[in-house]
Design a protein around this ligand. Structure first.
Ligand SMILES: Cc1cc2nc3c(=O)[nH]c(=O)nc-3n(C[C@H](O)[C@H](O)[C@H](O)COP(=O)(O)OP(=O)(O)OC[C@H]3O[C@@H](n4cnc5c(N)ncnc54)[C@H](O)[C@@H]3O)c2cc1C
Length: 485
């Protein structure tokens, strides 16, 4: 009998749990999911909750009934430490958890595992910027609850415009090292769409505040798109949308502080500025969830297992290299923890070896460049890959080869959509390949690391369709496995 413990029930953890259970069947092997939240959240649709187009109930559902039906154990708790060599009493790997379920809140337990998947996603590090986030002076759409508050603030802003007041709306990222610019970009144009629908667009100044040094960087150093046989850059394509919709952009900015109604930021040239706002949605930087790790003797081995940013070190090349020296092959393929091969990290939880966008610093030494994007599709693929590896090893022994899925050989798809209805709204569909471009393939010129992509018009309802499809899959409804991760 093998015990698999999965930490986290987001896109990657939930995918891994469903896949493993399907591969292992209903025999003696156990799959246990540990997650602090009772609900699953389809995070991409939080954008629509944040503009009032969807409710929280549209984007979350309780996990317990789905897991009960699938024969997966659910522990509503937060993992605090892993003990990959076990402890004095038992050499089997273990994880310490602290319950968050109301009836057991605060209780702790040590769970044993034969295989562990760390799928704990990001810690939303609002604390990195004073005044950032829901506890401070800006709103967020990172969780469904945050998005509900954002929708309320946007509604008030629209009411003030209806009363004739001019408003400044600032949307973007709240630190020089943020990732997830795609989500900020999409929220910007959903807000713009809502303002037009409300008939108040002309009273709004919308500002996109970003750490990208040019529009369309999206944390991958930009893309080259093919469209109808022509090639265009994501910088040009994105700039044309900003122009068309009358949205101003402030580029290469590190938000230093947010006071009530005022954001203070530094630019790449080292100058410092302030921007007054009536509504601000700024995403936080991400870091790992700060799990600790201990060896069998109880020594702290956190630095061996986790990178300084709190993400787990896996089978990547983490040696220090100049930006121009790294190769796509440095990115992980199996997601096995280097120190402990029965421990894996998938989705946002693994530590990326290098930035993809060229790192930049202001003359003051402030890092202002996007971190690599950590999107849903690769997260699901990694989860499926690791679940297959573990299922093979349970069935055939530890010598079974690991399945592989490198972001350097993986494409990603994205639909950036504004509006949810069938008749109003707009969207662009992008496919990109690979997510991590290979320097060696393009050894000359400025575009060497640019990911290549296809660009097309998508129906704005396509994303609403995907929303329904992925919720159907996540709820493990009949034939859910036929929808790809
Ligand atoms: C606003 C927004 C919009 C986005 N839109 C898109 C999009 O359109 N397309 C796209 O591809 N991607 C999008 N993304 C990115 C996408 O949401 C992430 O790539 C994806 O959620 C990552 O999956 P994950 O499983 O790694 O992390 P998550 O989905 O964040 O899941 C992490 C899980 O771990 C749990 N957890 C946290 N700490 C612990 C702990 N200590 N112990 C146990 N469990 C823990 C959490 O509760 C959660 O269940 C968006 C992100 C945001 C914020």
């Amino acid at each position: 009998m093998a015990r698999v413990v999965i930490l986290g029930a987001g896109i990657s953890g939930h995918t891994a749990a469903l896949r493993l259970k399907r591969r292992l069947g209903h025999g003696d092997h156990t799959v246990t999911v540990v997650s602090p939240n009772a609900n699953w959240n389809w995070i991409p649709s939080n954008i629509w909750v944040g503009v009032g187009e969807m409710t929280k109930d549209d984007v979350v559902f309780p996990l317990a009934p789905v897991y009960a039906k699938q024969g997966i154990a659910f522990v509503q708790a937060r993992a605090t430490a892993i003990l990959p060599e076990g402890d004095a009493s038992d050499a089997t790997g273990a994880v310490d958890v602290e319950y968050t379920a109301p009836e057991r809140a605060g209780e702790t337990e040590r769970l044993r595992y034969d295989f562990l998947i760390n799928a704990t996603g990001p810690k939303l590090n609002f604390g990195a910027t004073p005044g950032l986030g829901p506890g401070g002076n800006t709103v967020s759409v990172c969780t469904a609850d945050h998005a509900v508050v954002a929708a309320g603030a946007l509604k008030q802003c629209i009411e003030r415009m209806k009363a004739g007041e001019r408003q400044t709306l600032v949307i973007g990222v709240g630190h020089g090292t943020c990732t997830c610019e795609g989500a900020a970009f999409e929220y910007t144009f959903n807000v713009e769409h809502e303002l037009r629908e409300a008939g108040v667009r002309e009273l709004a100044d919308i500002v996109y505040l970003t750490n990208e040094h040019e529009l369309g960087d999206f944390g991958v150093g930009g893309m080259v798109f093919s469209q109808h046989g022509f090639e265009t850059t994501s910088a040009l394509w994105t700039a044309s949308i900003f122009k068309e919709r009358g949205v101003n952009a402030i580029l290469a900015a590190h938000v230093e502080r947010v006071d009530p109604g005022v954001v203070a930021y530094e630019l790449l040239d080292g100058t410092r500025h302030e921007l007054r706002f009536d509504f601000a949605m700024l995403l936080p930087p991400f870091r790992g969830n700060d799990l600790k790790a201990f060896d069998r003797a109880g020594n702290d081995v956190t630095d061996t297992v986790f990178a300084a940013n709190g993400f787990m070190k896996v089978d990547a090349d983490y040696s220090a290299k100049d930006y121009d020296e790294w190769r796509a092959a440095d990115w992980p393929k199996t997601y096995e923890c280097q120190a402990y091969p029965n421990v894996f990290a998938v989705g946002i939880a693994f530590a990326p070896p290098h930035p993809i966008s060229r790192p930049r610093k202001s003359p003051n030494g402030t890092v202002i460049s996007p971190a690599p994007p950590r999107t849903g599709m690769p997260s699901g693929i990694m989860a499926r890959t690791v679940a297959n590896t573990i299922a093979d090893r349970i069935r055939s022994g530890d010598a079974a080869a690991a399945h592989t899925a490198s972001m350097a050989q993986m494409g990603a798809g994205c639909i950036a959509s504004a509006g949810t209805g069938l008749r109003s709204g707009s969207a662009a569909g992008m496919t990109m390949f690979p997510v991590v471009p290979d320097y060696e393939k393009y050894p000359t010129g400025r575009d060497i690391r640019h990911t290549r992509g296809e660009l097309g018009l998508a129906g704005h309802w396509t994303k609403a369709l995907l929303h329904k499809m992925f919720l159907y899959k996540a709820k493990a409804k009949p034939f859910w496995w036929m929808i790809p991760e």
